[in-house]
Design a binder for this molecule. Structure first.
Ligand code: TYD
Length: 140
């Protein structure tokens, strides 16, 4: 399978709008409106022990919005040539990760929640979990 040639610069940080009321805020992401793919799966990481690194893989076709629903963490994107580090620390910010990019998530603050909106249901065959294979496929 060929790997998409997206670069880290094809990924954007989106400021999702916020409905502010005196009793709190609401941020909405809905298909066909403010997300460029249909969401078929939502999952979230929580209770990540301090010092732990998550991710460490790329996907052939999966697209994701990654959101710090609570707390903060760092995201590093890697396209085999360039690396880009982004801090997520507000629940109305999302990183749009396109297919074909290596990602790592780390420095999770205590109590943080990493919410992921994903374009496809879980499929282990969509993962590349070996960095050397990722680099090789990216250079083909
Ligand atoms: P993984 O995607 O490697 O986690 P992360 O990128 O957050 O470090 O998944 C960790 C484990 O959870 C792995 O055994 C697969 C399983 N898993 C599912 O069963 N369904 C899912 O939707 C996801 C994301 C993971």
């Amino acid at each position: 399978m060929t790997l998409n040639n997206n670069t880290v610069f094809d990924c954007s940080v989106i400021d999702i709008s916020k409905v502010h009321t005196s009793s709190g805020n609401i941020t909405v992401v809905q298909n066909g409106d403010n997300i460029p793919f249909n969401v078929n799966r939502v999952y979230y990481l929580y209770d990540v022990p301090g010092g732990e690194v998550r991710g460490g893989h790329a996907h052939y076709k999966l697209e994701q919005y990654i959101i710090a629903a609570s707390g903060s963490f760092e995201v590093v994107l890697d396209d085999g040539r360039n690396r880009r580090r982004i801090t997520l620390n507000r629940p109305n910010l999302a990183i749009h990760i396109k297919p074909g990019l290596w990602r790592e998530l780390y420095d999770f603050s205590s109590g943080s929640i990493c919410m992921v909106l994903a374009s496809h249901v879980y499929d282990e065959s969509d993962y590349i979990r070996e960095y050397s294979l990722f680099k090789k496929l990216k250079n083909e």
